[in-house]
Design a protein around this ligand. Sequence first.
Ligand code: CUA
Length: 330
Amino acid sequence: MRRGSLVQLILLGVVAAAITGAVAVLVPWLPTPAGKEADRIEFVYWFTTAIAVGVFAVVAAVLTYSVWKFRVRPDDDSDGPPVHGHTNLEIVWTAIPAILVTAISVVSAIVLAQNSRAGDNPLRVKVTAQQFAWQFTYPDGKTYGHLTLEKGRRAQLDITAKDVLHSFWVPELYQKQDAVVGQHNKIVVTPTRIGTFPVICTELCGLGHSIMRSRVEVLSKADYEKWAASGGQAGGRTPPGLAAFSQNCSSCHTFSAASSSGTIGPDLDKLKEYAATAKQPLEPFIRESILDPNKYIAPGFASGVMPSFKDQLSAKDVDALVKFLAGHAK
Ligand code: CUA
């Protein structure tokens, strides 16, 4: 091969690598990781992407060069020379992909093994999926409609389902895990950023699949301890009524203050309108609707659909819920 051709080939490869590299790096394909495990998974992604960009650059360079240099002349009707294989070339193009694929599997296996290490004292949270809500049960037996984690502390999530297949996913924590009836699938997460991130169901599980969402709140150590000691009432940035709402109401009702979009029951953003139609003051109306929902049925909705929460919620939760709903009603 002439030196000039080699330089041209390399130049083509560099251009192809630069273009695909830019597409990989400049487009924000992935959410910013919020956990140690997510950092490792992101590393696997970049490791694989670097290999893919390299392979693409070589293939694109050879292909472009061949099309450009060996293009058939308009008046050339002759056949190309017969080629009967090239043993060395075949060994090379088999060996290189085999080595690359093996490297990817080794790196992935190491990351998977590291990510499944729960350590000595992880925070153990049971995650239960059910059409169409998430429940998170803590070692003290308390259950919440959203997940609260401590920054820097490993948490082991024990994921199961009550009815059909669901799948637990927090984009910022990267790893997905199926929720299966009768199985307890575990993932370990170690949050590295304080903040609120979405929990999403990623397995089509029925009509409410798209609204089967919750959130993870990652708190500082001090805030987390305050939150845990107060049984979920303090420390977090979640007002107490919002916690009760997310756990009990959000799958059926729309309420923008809680970012919920359920449509089975009345739109609670219109609470003031409903109270006016029922000719009742707002707060007593909300309280009655929670404890004795069939006493007044909003126009267009059926009686007997909403259960009474009289025995489901503590008096404290009902108070918090009424306050939260009245305070954010439009
Ligand atoms: Cu649960 Cu989709």
